[in-house]
Design a protein around this ligand. Structure first.
Ligand code: ADP
Ligand code: MG
Length: 455
C-alpha cells in the first residue's frame, strides 16, 4: 500500500502547484483499509481533511486508481496522532508498532527509545518558536533543559490551554538535544501512545520489554499527561518509569492542560510532577500573534504585509493553532485563485470561516439566471457542453461568482454546472481573477453582477 501511495502522491504532485502540493498533499499519510472498503487517509486536522476531501479527493482517487489498476474510495480524516508522526515518509521508521504487527522475536533495536525516526516534527524547533511575554518563562526553561546536565529543573512541567505551543516546545527540546548530543537517547511520546503500548505489551505478556524501552533513555518527553487522569493502571506504570529515570538522574519533561494539583491523579504522581519546575503558557498578546504570523509567512516564503498581519492577529485571539489554521486557508486561497494576499482576501477567508449568519444565502441557480440574463443566453447554456466563447466566458464568470458569493465547494459548484469536474471550476476562478486585473470593463461587470446578487 505504501508504495502505491508514494506513486499516487508523485503523480498528483505533477498536476498541482508546488504550494498546493506542500500545503495539502505532502502531509497526507495512508492509514488502514476500512471495513466499508475505503482506504483511510490521515490529514493534519479536521479542516485539512474537509478541504482535501472536497478539493483533491477525486484527483487523488483517480491517480491512485491509475497506479493500482483498481478504484478504491478514500476516507479523509484528522490524524489522531499528528504530533508523533514524522513529516517525511522516508523517515517513517516505526517508533513502536501496534500489537497486531509487533514482531514476535526480540527487536534488535529498542523501538520506543531510538533516536532516529522518533517522530519529531521538523518544523517544531526553537528557531521557529516566537517568544513573547505569554511563553517566555516556558521557553527559557525548555531551552535550559535542552542544554543538558547539570539538571536544574527535573521534571520540567509545562502546562497551558490548547494550541499554545506545549508540543512545539517539547519537540524543540528533542531537536536541540539530537543536534548537540546525538549519542543521547531521547524518547518523545504522547501519553495516549504510552497507554496503548502499555496495554498491548501487557496483553502479550511482555511488560518487561515495555519497561526496558523507557528505562534506557537519557531524556523522556511526555506530551499531554492530563490524558492519564483517572487511568490507574497506566499511572502506576508511569510512576515506576518516572522513578527509575529520576533515580538515574535523567531529564523528564511533561506537558499538560492543567496544573498537577488540578488533575485526577494518584497522589504520589502528583507530588512527583510538582517537585520540579512548573511553568505555564498563556494565550499570546497581539504583538506576539503578529510576530508568529510573520514568521510563519517567512517560513512559507510568502509575502505578508503588516496591516494584513495585524488585521488577522486582531480577528483571531484564541490560540496559535487557530491563527495558523486561518493563515493556511489564506495561503491556499491566494495560491489557488492566483491573487495576492490583500486585506480583501483575508476578510473573505474569515467570512467563510466564521460563517457570518447575516450573509444572505444565494442559490447557485440564482447566480446562473442572473449571469445568463446579463449575457443574453439561457441558464441551460451555462450547464451545457457548448464550448464557444459566447457560452464559455459567461460560464466562467458564473462559476467565479458562485465561489465568491456562496460557501459551496469547488466540486459542488462543478456539479451544478452540468456535472463538471472541480478542477474546471478551479481553473475558471483563476482565469477570471487574472482577467479582471487586466480588463477594467470585466472588473466593472463583475462589480455590478455582485451588487445585483447581494442586494
Ligand atoms: P499545544 O501542544 O499547546 O496544544 P502546539 O504546540 O501544538 O500547542 O501548537 C499549536 C500550533 O501553534 C503549532 O503548529 C505550533 O507550531 C504553533 N505555535 C504555538 N506557539 C507558537 C509560538 N510561540 N511560535 C510559533 N508557533 C507557535
Ligand atoms: Mg499538544
Amino acid at each position: 500500500m505504501e508504495e502505491y501511495w508514494v506513486k499516487t502522491v508523485a503523480s498528483v504532485k505533477a498536476q498541482v502547484s508546488p504550494e498546493v502540493y506542500n500545503l495539502w498533499i505532502k502531509p497526507l499519510r495512508p492509514g488502514n483499509n476500512l471495513a466499508d472498503g475505503r482506504l483511510e487517509i490521515f490529514c493534519h486536522n479536521d479542516f485539512a481533511a474537509d478541504y482535501v476531501r472536497s478539493h483533491y479527493g477525486t484527483l487523488l482517487e483517480s491517480a491512485m486508481a491509475v497506479e493500482r489498476g483498481t478504484h478504491q474510495p478514500l476516507a479523509f480524516r484528522a490524524d489522531p496522532e499528528p504530533r508523533i508522526r514524522p513529516e517525511k515518509p522516508e523517515s517513517t521508521e516505526p517508533k513502536a508498532q501496534p500489537a497486531a504487527t509487533l514482531p514476535t522475536h526480540e527487536p534488535k533495536t529498542q523501538p520506543v527509545a531510538s533516536s532516529q525516526g522518533m517522530g519529531l516534527l521538523e518544523r517544531y524547533t526553537f528557531e521557529s518558536f516566537v517568544v513573547g511575554a505569554c511563553n517566555q518563562f516556558a521557553h527559557a526553561a525548555a531551552s535550559r533543559v535542552a542544554d543538558g546536565p547539570p539538571l536544574v529543573y527535573n521534571p520540567l512541567y509545562m502546562h497551558g490551554g490548547t494550541g499554545l505551543g506545549k508540543t512545539h516546545l517539547l519537540h524543540a527540546i528533542g531537536h536541540k538535544v539530537l543536534k548537540e548530543r546525538p549519542h543521547e537517547k531521547i524518547c518523545y511520546i504522547s501519553s495516549e501512545k504510552f497507554m496503548t503500548l502499555f496495554i498491548d505489551y501487557t496483553r502479550m505478556g511482555r511488560v518487561n520489554d515495555f519497561k526496558s524501552q523507557f528505562r534506557g533513555v537519557d531524556m523522556l518527553l511526555v506530551d499531554d499527561i492530563h490524558f492519564f487522569a483517572g487511568k490507574k493502571g497506566t499511572q502506576e506504570e508511569f510512576f515506576h518509569t518516572f522513578n527509575a529515570l529520576y533515580g538515574d538522574a535523567k531529564q523528564i519533561v511533561l506537558t499538560s492542560d492543567s496544573l498537577p494539583q488540578d488533575m485526577v491523579l494518584d497522589e504520589r504522581l502528583r507530588s512527583r510532577f510538582a517537585q520540579g519546575l512548573v511553568v505555564d503558557l498563556h494565550p499570546p498578546d497581539l504583538e506576539t500573534r503578529v510576530a508568529i504570523l510573520k514568521k510563519k509567512a517567512i517560513m512559507e516564503g510568502i509575502d505578508f504585509q503588516d496591516d494584513v498581519a495585524f488585521f488577522l492577529a486582531d480577528a483571531i485571539q484564541t490560540n496559535v493553532r487557530e491563527l495558523e489554521g486561518a493563515l493556511i486557508r489564506i495561503f491556499a486561497l491566494s495560491s489557488m485563485e492566483r491573487v495576492p494576499i490583500t486585506m480583501a482576501l483575508v476578510k473573505e477567508s474569515l467570512r467563510n470561516t466564521l460563517k457570518n449568519p447575516d450573509r444572505r444565502v444565494i442559490p447557485i441557480e440564482e447566480i446562473q439566471r442572473t449571469v445568463a440574463t446579463f449575457y443574453k443566453i439561457s441558464p441551460m447554456d451555462l450547464r451545457s457542453n457548448k464550448r464557444s466563447r459566447e457560452f464559455s466566458h459567461p460560464r466562467q464568470i458564473a462559476m467565479y461568482l458562485c465561489k465568491k458569493l456562496t460557501n459551496h465547494s469547488y466540486p459542488e459548484i462543478g456539479e451544478q454546472f452540468g456535472g463538471r469536474d472541480h478542477t474546471t471550476v478551479l481553473y475558471a476562478v483563476g482565469r477570471v481573477n487574472e482577467k479582471q486585473s487586466e480588463d477594467s470593463i470585466l472588473a466593472r461587470q463583475l462589480q455590478s453582477l455582485t451588487e445585483m446578487l447581494s442586494h
